[in-house]
Design a binder for this molecule. Sequence first.
Ligand code: HEC
Length: 138
Amino acid sequence: MRIVFLMMIFVSVSANADGQAEYKYREGVMQAIRGQIASIGAIARGQVHQENMAMHARAMSDLARVLPDVFPEGSDVGKSEALPEIWSDPEGFRVETDLFIEVTGAFLEAAENDGDVSGTLRRVQRSCKSCHDGFRED
Ligand code: HEC
């Protein structure tokens, strides 16, 4: 009896630890995405370091492709601003991660071809906002 009780505590503690670790990991990914978009904006506005635009675009596109995997159940812990709709409406959330992957891919293509990136950059920014509006606390 006591062993079962101890095992239950262990299981719930380790589930929490995983959720916390997943949340920490996700926070880093989101901060990394924000870092890319900040540098991309600075390049676009200030005409500095044009040579790095495609590199930042590639990093953001790579990060976008891990987003579907960084919201496992049980990771809405601590200070997380993730809304429960992420898990209660997985299809709606999938639409947002798919869109983000698509627009960051289009942005990468524009950046690699040295084209005008302003249109695709706006689409990327709208995609952040669209997902945050539906799935992140204010
Ligand atoms: C598919 C949905 C989705 C997309 C797309 C998305 N985000 Fe987020 N973002 C979230 C959610 C949900 C959270 C809250 C996560 C949490 O607190 O557990 C978040 C949190 C953040 C945070 C706070 C991280 C922290 O320190 O807690 C930043 C910064 C952020 N997003 C920036 C961006 C930027 C910039 C973009 C676009 C370039 C973007 N996000 C695109 C869903 C998304």
